[in-house]
Ligand binder design. Structure first.
Ligand code: NAP
Length: 275
């Protein structure tokens, strides 16, 4: 059995469906009730003992943690997994764990990786770049005004489609040879906020205007739905990416045997959110 914590989100949602379609027994975990017929256990990462019923009988656990893992008690989480007999853990992590070694914003995720790597459990880390699905934050403004207001309009990053992350996760959980591996997962090409506005417009069949926002305006907006260290860490990457953050990683293609999907494909599949 495979337990997926964070099973109703951008990555976990497609992942549990893929695993079930390939014949795996799956337990989906989130705080809220999911739609669909999979076995579901309600649990909260903030209370590690609540995960025990979801870990019992699981051979492998896939972990998606909020933000950069702040508020997650790694040792307690690992203890629950070990006590339940779990043998492998795959963690959805962030590229920034290595590209921003001095940044406190990513310290909780770095510490969670260290705890898992030192736990004696088999582990795999999926270190992802920025997600295409972060563009959902633009959906209300696109629906209302056919406009996107964002900072750093011409800074490109190889953002990754969460569907590809789910496929990589399924390959890792169902296949062999991934223990002790840390994969870097990006998209196939750099994409800028301005080019993403164009792609969403193309998917809609109507132009979407791009309006450049100052970093201070963007920070104020981000603080409404994320803690300050995560907002600051994110803005640093969006505004001044390091060469490692701009690099297109071969890992998605190595694992899936095909190139990762571009942002235009994500926009076309998810255009309903922007109508
Ligand atoms: N966005 C990026 O650019 C980016 C880049 C690199 C890495 N990441 C990593 O990827 C994660 C986001 O993945 P995603 O987009 O698939 O997330 P998402 O769509 O926000 O979904 C989060 C999932 O986790 C569950 N969840 C949230 N808090 C929980 C808690 N305390 N206990 C148990 N379950 C909880 C949610 O359901 P409930 O709310 O019902 O519990 C949902 O199933 C980030 O948090 C980060 O760690 C993101």
């Amino acid at each position: 059995m495979i337990t997926v914590v964070g099973a109703t989100g951008n990555v976990g949602g497609p992942l549990v469906r893929m695993l079930a379609a390939r014949g795996a027994e799956v337990t989906a975990v989130s705080r809220g009730e999911p739609a669909g017929g999979l076995r579901h256990v309600r649990a909260d990462l903030a209370a590690p003992e609540s995960l025990r019923p979801a870990f019992e009988g699981a051979e492998a656990v896939f972990l998606i943690v909020p933000g950069a893992g702040e508020g997650v008690d790694g040792p307690a989480l690992v203890e629950q997994a070990r006590a339940a007999g779990v043998r492998r853990v795959a963690l959805l992590s962030s590229l920034a764990v290595t590209t921003r070694p001095g940044s406190g914003s990513y310290a909780p995720m770095r510490s969670l990786e260290r705890t898992i790597a030192g736990s004696g459990l088999a582990w795999t880390f999926l270190r992802a770049g920025g997600f295409a699905s972060n563009a959902y934050a633009w959906a209300p403004e696109v629906r209302a005004h056919r406009r996107i207001t964002a900072p750093f309009g011409d800074v490109g990053l190889p953002i990754v489609d969460p569907q590809d992350l789910a496929e990589v996760a399924a390959a890792v959980l169902l296949g062999d040879g991934h223990d002790g591996q840390a994969y870097e997962l990006t998209g196939p090409e750099p994409s800028t906020p301005r080019s993403r506005a164009r792609d969403i417009g193309d998917a809609l069949g109507e132009p979407v205007r791009f309006v450049e926002q100052t970093p201070a305006e963007a920070r104020e907006q981000m603080l409404r739905f994320m803690p300050a260290p995560v907002a600051d860490g994110t803005l640093e990457i969006l505004g001044a990416p390091t060469p490692d953050e701009q690099r297109i990683s071969p890992d998605v293609e190595k694992i899936l045997g095909r190139a990762p999907g571009a942002f235009a494909g994500w926009a076309a599949r998810n255009v309903a959110a922007f109508r």
